[in-house]
Every structure is written in structure tokens, then in C-alpha cells.
Design a binder for this molecule. Structure first.
Ligand code: 4NP
Length: 153
């Protein structure tokens, strides 16, 4: 089983969106028995909370299920448990190193570093632009699927 964990600050906007979009892609290619997908926050602010209404609305627009999405905080044990720990921005990366007590590791990287447009995924909690988040996360998830297929073949 390949295990993928998306991480952002609150685990209510970007990383649950990434979890849902990536799971949808996994199901589209029939790999749901081989790839497990989850998401977590670097903060403790929204533990057990559902995603932000902007994330739920855009997933609904694209007919992507938001079933099972619930806030949780990243734990030290996640380092061993997951094969890909995918951050939304550079500040998440620093927080991940601190929480996992890990200076750096190839399994920890920023989502859009897999794309030509290597940058942070802007936080829609502040920008209000969930469409921009969807477009960037979707492109990142496509690149992540390609990376996993290449590495696991
Ligand atoms: P996220 O966005 O990291 O994409 O889930 C945020 C969600 C909540 C807060 C900040 C960012 N907050 O300040 O509660």
C-alpha cells in the first residue's frame, strides 16, 4: 500500500481539497486498493472539523466526493506511516520538519514543486479564491500521480 498525506495549516481548505481530488484521480485509474490518501494540519485549530464551505462547494461543482473529510493534526508517527508527505506551502514544510522532528527527507515536499509553476498554493482562507486553489491543486495532483507511477513501476 502506498500512503499519501497532504498537509496544510488548518486542514479545512487546501489539504482536504487535495485529499478529495487525489482520491478521485486514484479511483479514476482503479488504484484505490493500492493508494491510501489522507490529510492533516500543522495546527490544532480545526481538529474533527468538516472542510471550509468554500472547499465543499468547489468539490461539489466538480462532482468530487467530500465524504470522510475531517480535520486532524499531523503527528510524529505520520513520518513512518506515510510514503509521500505533501505540503501546500513553504511554511507548512518548516512546520512539518518541526512536528516530525525531521530536518528534511525526500518524502516531504511541496505539491507545486512537482509542476512547472513551482510555488506555494495560496491559502483560500485568506484569498477567498477557491477556484484558483482547485486549479493549482488539481495540476499538482496530476503531477503527483505521474511521480508515484514512475517511482512504483
Ligand atoms: P488551510 O487554510 O491551511 O488551507 O486549511 C486555513 C484554514 C484555517 C485557518 C488558516 C488557514 N485559520 O486561521 O483558522
Amino acid at each position: 500500500m502506498i500512503k499519501v498525506l497532504f498537509v496544510c495549516l488548518g486542514n479545512i481548505c487546501r489539504s482536504p481539497m487535495a485529499e478529495a481530488i487525489f482520491r478521485h484521480k486514484v479511483e479514476q485509474v482503479g488504484l484505490e486498493k493500492e493508494i491510501f490518501v489522507d490529510s492533516a494540519a500543522t495546527s490544532s485549530w480545526h481538529i474533527d472539523a468538516p472542510p471550509h464551505k468554500g472547499t465543499l462547494a468547489i468539490l461539489k461543482d466538480y462532482r468530487i466526493s467530500s465524504k470522510g473529510l475531517k480535520g486532524r493534526q499531523l503527528q510524529k508517527e505520520d513520518f513512518e506511516a506515510f510514503d509521500y508527505i505533501v505540503a501546500m506551502d513553504e511554511s507548512n514544510i518548516k512546520d512539518i520538519y518541526r512536528i516530525l522532528d525531521q530536518p528534511q527527507h525526500p518524502k516531504i515536499f511541496r505539491l507545486l514543486d512537482l509542476t512547472e509553476d513551482a510555488k506555494d498554493v495560496p491559502d483560500p482562507y485568506y484569498t477567498g479564491n477557491f477556484q484558483e486553489t482547485y486549479d493549482l491543486v488539481s495540476a499538482g495532483c496530476e503531477a503527483l500521480m505521474k511521480k508515484i507511477k514512475e517511482e512504483r513501476r
